[in-house]
Design a protein around this ligand. Structure first.
Ligand code: HGY
Ligand code: MN
Ligand code: MN
Length: 422
């Protein structure tokens, strides 16, 4: 005798999130690793943009790309002044190579669902609400993170940005053209920036703070200063078999020592250092390398610690190069100063979210960079984090539960209602 079918306790918002998430899940996903290959201006990322444009238009949002490849979907109800500063939310579609699916897209999907939530409640904003999708946030293809938001705000010149190349030597300009965008339109967009009254980015947490606190969502207090340095090790290419060990000037040795030194210095300073990308020339099994390039990703809680870390790594590399008969150059490719999010805005959002979720909303720092970190230098900006059960990010196992993602949508809707209300 079977009892009555269990009443589904499924939260309709969880169901809506699941359905929307499933539409994106296969785009750019590598079946071998389960990670994503959504590089800026690539077919996969363009498919994500097409999906976004269709979803936004289905909601009656006016979708306008800017000259840099960022997308802006405006919800401007009749009677609302279209030129009044908007409440903007959103994130990015691009991923690191074989990255997770949540880093970026969760902020965009949550923004579209938050618009639905507000409409379902009969909410009409008193000012424009805009959902944005920024291009090349990860720097995974062209090497400069937050490229779209840096171009928008003048943080990088169009001339410099358009000449950046990917691993195949394709420039940003060529990638834009291939996608039908006009590189000549790239550059600062003061008019669009002036129409951003406030920016709130929802993002999967890249760490375990919320798990350890038992909280489904949190709000960001600050972003650690961080940067990328290219370490160029140069030696003497030669035969792997016939060259005596005493005669070698092998830049791989200097590089290997520097990798270990970066790790040790970071641990000593309570900072973070990673060398996860290396390019070897000629990259042959039976040839001593002529040159090795290695990229240092360095981050610390403050500028002093970051500078100390990078200088210490450079000094260790130079000392080892001396011993190896090689040379080393340290070239800064990008740096992001510390970001302290607007405290009043952060408090306001934590309060609005807390009222919605009837619980404490932790306020926590992050060592991850975001477009919100770039915009924070120009407009009041805040971030909402969604719990990540393992804290893993930039890897295929990055995850957030559907329930927490639905809670994130409700939190974002509460923040948008508070910011865009009358
Ligand atoms: O690298 C970062 O911190 C960010 O995920 N782009
Ligand atoms: Mn990322
Ligand atoms: Mn991100």
């Amino acid at each position: 005798m079977t009892g009555p079918a269990p009443v589904s306790t499924a939260d309709p918002l969880v169901e809506r999130f699941r359905a929307m998430w499933a539409q994106l899940a296969g785009i750019g996903r590598d079946p071998g690793t389960g990670g994503y290959l959504r590089y800026a201006w690539s077919a996969a990322e363009l498919t994500c943009r097409e999906w976004f444009t269709a979803e936004a238009r289905r909601r009656g949002l006016a979708v306008r790309p800017d000259g840099n490849g960022n997308l802006w979907a405006d919800w401007i109800p009749s009677g609302v002044d279209p030129t009044s500063p908007a409440v903007v939310t959103g994130s990015h579609f691009d991923s690191v190579p074989h990255g997770g699916g949540y880093d970026g897209p969760l902020g965009i999907v949550s923004a579209l669902l938050a618009v639905d939530e507000l409409r379902e409640r009969g909410f009409t904003p008193a000012r424009p609400v805009t959902v944005a999708a920024f291009v090349e946030e990860e720097g995974g293809r062209f090497g400069l993170a937050c490229l779209g938001s840096r171009l928008l705000t003048g943080g990088v010149s169009a001339q410099y940005a358009l000449a950046l190349t990917d691993s195949d030597g394709v420039t940003v300009a060529e990638a834009m053209q291939a996608a039908g965008a006009d590189p000549a339109a790239a550059g600062p967009d003061p008019d669009r920036l002036a129409r951003v009254g406030v920016f709130v980015e929802l993002h999967v947490e890249q760490g375990r703070a919320l798990v350890d606190l038992g909280a489904p969502v949190g709000v960001a207090s600050m972003i650690w200063p961080h940067g990328r340095w290219r370490l160029e090790f140069t030696g003497a290419g030669d035969h792997a078999g016939t060259t005596r060990m005493v005669d070698r000037r092998d830049p791989m040795l200097t590089c290997a020592h520097t990798v270990l030194a970066a790790d040790a210095q970071a641990r000593r300073l309570g900072a973070h250092a990673t060398i996860g990308r290396v390019a070897v020339r000629p990259n042959a099994t039976n040839a001593i390398p002529a040159q090795v390039h290695a990229w240092l990703d360095a981050r610390a809680a403050d500028d002093t610690a970051l500078t100390t870390l990078v200088e210490a790594v450079g000094a260790e590399a130079a000392a080892r190069a001396q011993a190896d008969g090689t040379s080393v150059a340290v070239v800064r490719e990008s740096d992001s100063p510390p970001v302290a999010f607007d405290p009043d805005l952060t408090d306001r959002i934590a309060t609005a979210v807390g009222a919605q979720l009837t619980g404490a909303v932790p306020v926590l720092p992050t060592a991850a960079g975001h477009d919100a970190g770039v915009l924070a230098g120009h407009v009041p900006t805040a971030m909402i984090f969604v719990r990540n059960p393992t804290g893993v990010s930039h890897a295929p196992t990055e995850h957030a539960t559907d329930d927490d993602c639905a809670t994130g949508v409700r939190a974002l809707a509460a923040a948008l209602a508070d910011l865009a209300g009358r």
